[in-house]
Design a protein around this ligand. Structure first.
Ligand SMILES: CC(C)(COP(=O)(O)OP(=O)(O)OC[C@H]1O[C@@H](n2cnc3c(N)ncnc32)[C@H](O)[C@@H]1OP(=O)(O)O)[C@@H](O)C(=O)NCCC(=O)NCCS
Length: 340
């Protein structure tokens, strides 16, 4: 087959001028609602105790949004802090992705509300729904926009008011969940700098639908708003297995060993799940960032809350390798590797 010299040479010319890009974290921010609901106070309304909750979950308290606060309010506050921490202006952003399962309304998306309140240009803005894996799905998507050269500065937010979908009479779930928001700004970085996202592995398997779900909501299948329903023991068992498997898979994908991982930032679902997964992976618990005691399971907000904590208290240092891990309803799950 005839191929013109121009066609043959073009890819080489492109490669010479086209830098490989990846997303690096430029800044982070978080917001927890003022109202702190401790275990002892919760035990006044349901049959449980501080000792039981701490021993079985590692949770001491959760934060609850005020009745006039919605996910977009929490998301906007976290986003303003992240943008300021990144040292940029909101007008420098060119994409906003919000991970949430508890949007203010069926539509418009929370992301469009944040875009307007921050005073951004009319940039792309959309929500992602993958429950507790939402932030992982969102940062992976943001990174792909950056790699493709389609965005330079992306605001990635995880925000929830899970308290609105918790059945406060169900002691199997009421003890676990809380509200919160956290955000990062991901900026385009030359992949050869050695910093930024290495990659992500995202998974889902709908056969686990019944183990963790909301029996209502905007899907209209149930004709009611719905509450979280969970088979806790089953979720626990699958979570440990799935999280350690996906962590091994992503390490193998990048030819890395667990000893090379400086920090693990897991979804904050249950301290015992976090400890068991770290042990299976062979990572000492001292190298895992755990913030669950103070805010419980905040679904899509939990990974960025822990990430923000690690960045602001100085544990996470430039050049260190961080693994993100998440599992949520669906099931959805995944892992990611980032060099800070
Ligand atoms: C919910 C969860 C904490 C329950 O812990 P568990 O060890 O599985 O507890 P069990 O349901 O087996 O119950 C053990 C006992 O404690 C009791 N119990 C259950 N919930 C209780 C509570 N909140 N307070 C006090 N006692 C409780 C049970 O009735 C049972 O009593 P019994 O032995 O007399 O029958 C645990 O299953 C869990 O965390 N699962 C994963 C949930 C999760 O992370 N979901 C989100 C994923 S994104």
């Amino acid at each position: 087959m005839y191929r013109s010299p121009i066609t043959r040479q073009a890819p080489f010319r492109l490669a010479a001028f086209h830098k490989m890009l990846t997303g690096r974290i430029l800044g982070s921010g978080a917001y927890l609602p003022e109202r702190r609901l401790g275990n002892q106070e919760l035990a006044l309304t349901i049959d449980t105790s501080d000792e039981w909750i701490q021993a079985r979950t590692g949770i001491a308290a959760r934060h609850i949004a005020a009745s006039d606060q919605n996910t977009s309010d929490l998301a906007t506050l976290a986003a303003m802090r992240a943008v300021s921490n990144a040292g940029i202006a909101a007008t420098d952003l060119d994409l906003i992705i919000v991970a949430t399962t508890t949007p203010d309304q069926t539509f418009p998306s929370v992301a469009t509300m944040v875009q307007h309140r921050l005073g951004c240009k009319p940039i792309g803005a959309f929500d992602i729904q993958a429950v507790c894996s939402g932030f992982l799905y969102a940062i992976a998507t943001a990174n792909n926009f950056i790699k493709a050269g389609a965005a330079k500065r992306v605001l990635v937010i995880g925000a929830e008011v899970f308290s609105r979908i918790v059945d406060w009479q169900d002691r199997g779930t009421a003890i676990l969940f809380g509200d919160g928001a956290a955000a990062i700004v991901l900026g385009a970085e030359d992949a050869e700098s050695g910093r930024g996202c290495l990659g992500f592995k995202l998974c889902a398997d709908g056969q686990f639908h019944d183990l963790l779900q909301v029996d209502g909501g905007p899907g209209f299948a149930h004709g009611q708003v719905g509450k979280v329903r969970m088979q806790g023991k089953e979720v626990f068992k699958h979570a440990v297995q799935i999280l350690s498997t996906v962590s091994d898979e992503i390490l193998a994908q990048y030819s890395l060993q667990s000893a090379q991982v400086d920090w693990v930032i897991p979804h904050q679902a249950n301290r015992r799940i976090i400890e068991a997964s770290a042990e299976k992976l062979g990572i000492p618990i001292e190298r895992v960032i755990i913030t669950i005691a103070e805010h419980g399971n905040t679904s899509a907000a939990s990974i960025p809350l822990a990430l923000h904590q690690g960045l602001s208290d100085g544990r996470l240092q430039p050049g260190q390798l961080v693994m993100l891990q998440a599992l949520g309803g669906g099931f959805t799950w995944g892992a990611g590797l980032i060099r800070i």
